[in-house]
Structures are given as C-alpha cells and as structure tokens.
Design a protein around this ligand. Structure first.
Ligand code: FAD
Length: 294
C-alpha cells in the first residue's frame, strides 16, 4: 500500500479549497484498506475518508491525518438480484447508471447528489423527500480492527446524519432497489435535473447545502435570503446569488473564507429569526464552527 504525502485536498473537494493531507492512501481492495487503517493506527494518525469531497471543507493549512480515498474494487458497482452492491467509493452517477441499465429504480433521487455511495451513507444524503435510509440494506464498515457488516438499524440513519464514528470507513453498501422500466427512470432523472438547474448553482464550485433545514422552520436558504445574504462575499467565497444555502468559490476562495461566511450567516439568522442553524457540511483538519453564533 503506497502512502503518499502532501497531497493537496483542494483537488479533491468540489469547492476547491483545502491544504495538504499529511498522509494519503488510495486503497483498491478491502485488504489494502485494512492495511492503510492499520498503518494509521500504528502511527497514531486519525483517519479521514474523502469521497467526492462534495460536502467537505478541509483546513487551509492541511489535515494531520491519513486521508483515504476508495478506488478500484472499492469503487465498483455490481447488480445482484433486485439490488446493487456498491463500493463505498462508487460515485452515485455510476451506481444510478448501472441500476438503470439493469432496469432497477429507486435511486433516481440521487441523480443530482454529486457524491459517493459511502459518503451518502455517512451523511444519509437525500433529495426530493427520499434518502439513503430507504435503500440501504447493510454496509460493510472497516476500521483498523477489521471489517464488519452493519445492518441499517445499526447505522442509525436520520436527517443528514448517521451513527458512523470518525475513522469508520464504509467499504461496501448493499442497496435494495425495485424493478422499473429504463425509460421511466430516464424521464424521472431528466425532470429532477431540470428542477435542480432551475433552483441551485449547479454550474459553480460549491459543497452543497451549508446548513441543515429544521423541521417547522422556513428552510435555511430562504432564511438567509431574507437576511439579505445572497451575493454576500468574504474573500473569494460568496453566498450564492441563486440559492442562499450554498457558498460558491468565486475565485481564490479558502476554507477560512467559507467558515467566515458561515459564522456571519448564523449570526444573522439568530438575530433576525432566533434560529440556530446547524451545519450540514463536514469539517476536517483544525476547522471549527463555534456552537453558538458570535
Ligand atoms: C451541487 C451539489 C448538490 C448537492 N445536493 C445534495 C442533495 O440534494 N442532498 C444531499 O444530501 N447532499 C447534497 N450535496 C452534498 C453531498 O453531495 C452529499 O452529502 C454526499 O453524500 C457527500 O458524498 P461524498 O462522497 O462527496 O462525501 P464527502 O463530501 O467526501 O464527505 C462527506 C463526509 O462523509 C465522510 N465519508 C465520505 N465517504 C465515506 C466513506 N466511504 N465511509 C465513511 N465516511 C465517508 C467524509 O469523511 C465526510 O465526513 C450536494 C453537493 C453539491 C456540491
């Protein structure tokens, strides 16, 4: 297992920010993943998984950890009966494509979520009223002590959250799907993508939703829009003029700029709506967003 050093994470996040990883591994099989995890444990290094980096902000001065990106077998998708078995590093796009070709539906809602299947488990990703918790049968979770299958109930998937702890790596996922004609799948996907393009900055560098929506409150995006934050800029990062729950890299943004925007957005939401916005984006390295707005 080759361990690389000083790999720039800006190249691995959709927002395009982040400093170097102290150590970086690209395991292509479960054995290689376990070897990398043992390497980290032996060296006292924390483990961070990066999928497509589509909901991830990494510290500008780098991440003191072994950063792992799943490749090879761990990014493949196999169709099995009325479901698929996807590597944790398989992209949602490939998974959807394979399912559609096999005439299996149910994963269409993921068409506009630019992540991996493993990242989807960790975040319980979702859209259009559906999420991973409706499809996952079980997930193979690896740590330095080995790998074990966890049933859906053990993963405790809830709104954009799971019970997976830092350093636990989703290596493989079994998804339950249902037979559906390919044309119907194509039509649903086309419709959902058109809806996305109309409302979200799909052609910009972002990390998806910044904050979670709270039940019973207006959505975080609408709230921040009413705070007058659309187009608000700090350094190279700007609150999307199209959807205020997105931060765009307008050129030369740093993760620090994004955090500064998040601090200001939370301050304004608390002041104007009495709402304490909870972040959705995962932070790695020394990044922090204080519990209370300042
Ligand atoms: C334009 C855009 C639109 C988006 N729309 C949506 C949406 O509609 N709904 C939604 O839910 N999200 C959305 N997102 C956010 C993001 O795509 C999802 O959260 C996605 O599931 C993250 O997957 P990822 O592989 O990129 O994970 P990353 O961003 O790389 O990582 C996110 C977290 O998951 C962990 N992780 C990643 N892979 C694994 C693994 N194999 N095992 C264990 N932990 C892992 C990381 O360590 C980190 O804590 C959007 C993002 C963008 C940029």
């Amino acid at each position: 297992m080759n361990i690389e050093t000083a790999v720039p994470l800006a190249k691995m996040t959709t927002i395009g920010t982040g400093g170097p990883a102290k150590a970086f591994a690209r395991p292509r099989s479960l054995d290689e993943l376990e070897e990398a995890l043992r390497f980290a444990a032996d060296g006292g290094l924390a483990v961070v998984v990066v999928g497509l980096g589509s909901n991830l902000l990494a510290a500008d001065d780098g991440v003191e950890a072994l950063v792992v990106r799943l490749e090879g077998e761990l990014a493949e998708v196999e169709v099995e009966g009325a479901g698929v078995v996807a590597g944790g590093g398989a992209t949602n796009a490939v998974c959807l494509h394979r399912a559609r070709d096999a005439g299996l539906g149910g994963f269409e809602f993921a068409c506009a979520i630019p992540g991996t299947v493993g990242g989807g488990v960790k975040m319980n990703a979702g859209a259009y009223g559906r999420d991973w918790s409706e499809l996952v049968a079980r997930a193979l979770v690896a740590t330095a002590d080995g790998a074990e299958w966890r049933a859906l109930s053990e993963l405790e998937l809830s709104y954009r959250s799971s019970a997976l702890r830092p350093g636990e790596v989703v290596a493989r996922v079994e998804l339950r799907l249902e037979p559906r004609p390919r044309d119907a799948i194509r039509a649903t996907v086309a419709e959902l993508i058109a809806q996305r393009k109309a409302t979200q900055p799909t052609n910009k560098r972002t990390f998806g939703s910044v904050f979670k929506n709270s039940p019973g409150e207006i959505g975080a995006g609408r709230m921040l829009e009413l705070c007058g934050l659309k187009g608000y800029r700090i350094g190279g990062a700007v609150i999307s003029p199209k959807h205020a729950n997105f931060i765009e890299n307008a050129g030369g943004a740093t993760s620090g700029d994004c955090i500064a925007l998040m601090v200001e957005a939370r301050r304004r939401a608390l002041e104007q709506f009495g709402a304490l916005l909870e972040r959705e984006v995962a932070l790695v390295g020394g990044l922090d967003l204080p519990d209370q707005p300042t």
